[in-house]
Design a protein around this ligand. Structure first.
Ligand code: ADP
Ligand code: MG
Length: 327
């Protein structure tokens, strides 16, 4: 497979006419990392990925792979490969020929390219379905075929744009485990675009949170989750409360909130919702300043001391569980 090369984005910018889709972003992806670009629709994730792939021109700044500037190279010469959201398989070609397609374009003979396609199909566990047409495959199988087709070029970096969004929720969770396993086995860099925080947390070694064409926060996934720097990051990652206190704005994880008596608690509140989630109970309370906070309690904690809608409670947390936010 590919080599171990770092990918770097340097003041990378994309403009479409007067729209600035990506605004001078910088990030260093270490070789062999599973990175997720996470952010709401329209924040510039796909534009960033397409510039890395070479499917979109760079307006300003540059992209280097292993120190080599690849910004102006054609897609096939970059050492990257892209897997598209809708898989983009050719409907009239069987799976093997779909996978072998880029080798055919390179003029590699049939026997050789079929042998390579078979290797890739083995890698994604699709050997038995090599002679089928895309229409004869399930969504998960089409995804594997698309993966094999992207990997046959031996990329150093695999780029995936919302690769799981066409799958039903059950299959999505299974396929994401397979993506992670494949990335570990290959040891190459995966850059995976998603707007789903669960997906990003489950997969990513490194997370790049984008908003309005810029990177809000990036780094080790657990570090970012544990210490969001802005209200946007805390809210977008979920499982955090953003609360305005006299000392400033704070992020407090839902699972760090404790239910106490209204007197003497950091926040007095009134219960507005109780949601049973099986292993946990999510208890939402209205607190001063027209704010709402949610506490995630274990089922034992909640049912050991059950509360009712409308009940007055106190909400407390350990000082070290709160993170000061920049805005
Ligand atoms: P995301 O993938 O995060 O949803 P995109 O990178 O697709 O975001 O889009 C970022 C911004 O650029 C959006 O405002 C979008 O409307 C705009 N945009 C994307 N592609 C084009 C294009 N080909 N022409 C004009 N504007 C575009
Ligand atoms: Mg997109």
């Amino acid at each position: 497979m590919g080599q171990k090369l770092d990918l770097e984005l340097i003041s990378l910018t994309k403009r479409y006419g007067s729209t600035v889709a990506v605004d001078s972003i910088g990030y260093h992806f270490s070789a062999g990392t599973y990175a997720c670009l996470l952010g709401p629709s329209g924040c510039g994730k796909s534009s960033t990925l397409r510039m890395i792939a070479g499917h979109e021109s760079v307006s300003d700044g540059s992209i280097t792979l292993g120190g080599r500037d690849i910004s102006d190279l054609p897609p096939a010469k970059r050492g990257t490969a892209m897997m598209f959201q809708n898989y983009a398989l050719f409907p009239h070609l069987n799976v093997r020929d779909n996978v072998a397609f880029s080798l055919k374009m390179q003029g590699i003979d049939t026997a050789k390219r079929h042998a390579r396609a078979n290797e890739m199909l083995e890698l994604v566990d699709m050997t038995a379905l090599a002679d089928r047409l895309p229409a004869q495959l399930s969504g998960g199988q089409q995804q594997r075929a698309a993966l094999a087709r992207a990997l046959i070029t031996k990329p150093d970096v695999l780029l995936l744009d919302e690769p799981l969004s066409a799958l039903d929720p059950f299959l999505r969770i299974r396929m994401r485990a397979e993506l992670k396993k494949l990335q570990r086995e290959l040891g190459i860099t995966f850059v995976h675009v998603t707007h789903g925080q669960d997906e990003a947390l489950a997969l990513a070694d490194e997370i790049v949170v984008m908003n309005n064409a810029v990177i809000e926060q990036a780094g080790n996934t657990r570090t970012v989750f544990d210490a969001p720097r802005t209200a946007f990051v805390a809210r977008f990652l979920g499982s955090h409360n953003v609360v305005s206190m006299p000392e400033g704005m704070l992020a407090v994880r839902s699972d760090a909130l404790k239910i106490t008596n209204p007197n003497g608690a950091k926040l007095p509140g009134t219960i507005t919702n109780i949601e049973y989630q099986g292993t946990h109970v999510a208890l939402t309370a209205a607190v001063p300043g027209e704010q709402e906070v949610t506490a995630l309690l274990s089922d034992k904690d909640f049912f050991g001391n059950p509360k009712e809608l409308g009940e007055a409670i106190g909400l407390d947390w350990e000082a070290e569980a709160a993170r000061a936010l920049a805005q």
